[in-house]
Design a protein around this ligand. Structure first.
Ligand code: ATP
Ligand code: LTN
Length: 338
């Protein structure tokens, strides 16, 4: 199929910490599976990362690290476009235009904003960037006229918002943006914290034994999983009961990494104890991370390789994004620059 007739996909991850197993199962794994079917654009969203304060040296380092992990997880830079969001200025430019169509009430209702704002130490220093975060995300998606956006479950509301903004703009100025569909994986769309299975596993959560990181050594993986919170029922079954959330989470991790169905996963652990479940999860996680880390080390040690991919990716992304931006600028009435 040619690039023209393929449907387009766009997604991104913030370089705001070390990527977790949640990022892998909710996002990266499905990106890899979709790269043959769609015309894919995957960016490292550094403009989003600075909605909460970042150390500049760390941010630069994490930006390269996340891009290298995209490739290490199996994205083929020959097939997909990998780039850094701030390398394509159209993202900031369209975000501003869309901000002027974004009702504050819609933004105030966003769960991620409320959660992240509540976590800030000084409430009077919450940036308006954090509030406007979803509008920048809408710009990312709409610039590429993406048909589908593969993300974890926590991003559903941001996708709804993107669709609403796009529809509002299309209604005023005529058909401009493709209305994107959200694409959520069947298993692993919401991996929970190992230390607290009622809160989402997140890369910016500092506590020990909360997350598995993609660059963790096998021993750290083992330690975090063996200490994961379970319950006293002794049952190894998928369940919606919040008291069983820890065991369900471990089963979900096992299911998504082994490729088994829910029933097959439960059968696999029938008659076994939580120690067996945890050891099973340690094994599938380490079997996934080992080849990934080997590829990562190769990519990072090859001077110039990653930077060339990002330069090439930015060029391709700019070309696509600027076409949409120009159309939008024209529609809202900006005088063409000569
Ligand atoms: P932060 O804690 O810095 O906000 P995060 O770990 O939530 O970050 P994002 O960069 O916001 O990660 O998310 C990147 C992608 O990973 C999104 O598609 C998101 O839905 C997905 N994702 C993040 N955490 C999880 C999780 N625990 N389970 C499944 N998917 C997840
Ligand atoms: N908000 C997303 C990251 C993100 C994104 C995007 C995802 C920024 N821009 C565009 C998909 C498409 C998050 O996971 N927190």
């Amino acid at each position: 199929m040619s690039e023209i007739s393929k449907k387009r996909v766009l997604s991104g991850i913030q370089p705001s910490g070390n990527l977790t197993l949640g990022n892998y199962l909710g996002a990266l794994k499905q990106w890899v599976e979709e790269q043959a079917t769609f015309d894919c654009y995957f960016c490292v969203v550094d403009l989003h990362a600075i909605t909460v304060q970042q150390d500049p040296i760390e941010l630069r380092k994490k930006t390269r690290e996340v891009a290298a992990l995209y490739i290490a997880c199996g994205l083929d830079p020959e097939k997909v476009t990998i780039f850094v969001q701030s390398h394509v200025s159209a993202h900031s430019e369209l975000a501003w235009i869309l901000t002027c169509f974004a009702p504050i009430g819609w933004l105030n209702r966003m769960t991620q904003f409320k959660d992240k704002a509540a976590k800030q130490q000084q409430q009077d220093s919450i940036s308006s960037g954090l509030l406007n975060y979803p509008t920048l995300m809408a710009a990312d998606i709409l610039l590429y006229q993406a048909h589908a956006v593969p993300v974890g479950d926590d991003q559903r509301q941001h996708l709804e918002y993107t669709r609403d903004i796009a529809q509002r703009f299309n209604h005023i100025y005529g058909e401009t943006f493709v209305i994107p569909e959200v694409m959520i994986p069947k298993a692993g769309a919401r991996i929970m914290g190992l230390d607290n299975p009622l809160s989402k596993m997140s890369k910016s959560e500092a506590s020990d034994n909360h997350a598995i990181y993609l660059l963790d050594e096998p021993n750290r993986v083992k330690k975090a999983i063996m200490r994961a919170v379970t319950d006293s029922s002794g049952e190894i079954l998928f369940s919606d009961n919040p008291e069983r959330a820890g065991v369900s989470n471990l089963l979900t991790i096992y299911q998504s990494l082994s490729g088994l169905s829910k029933d097959e996963t439960q059968e696999h652990f029938a008659g076994k104890g939580y120690g067996d479940l945890k050891r099973g999860v340690v094994d599938v996680v380490n079997a996934t991370l080992d080849p990934l880390q080997k590829r990562y080390n190769q990519i990072i040690s090859e001077t110039g390789y990653l930077d060339a991919i990002l330069a090439n990716g930015a060029e391709k992304a700019r070309e696509r994004a600027n076409r949409t931006l120009r159309e939008v600028q024209d529609k809202v009435g900006f005088l063409a620059a000569r």
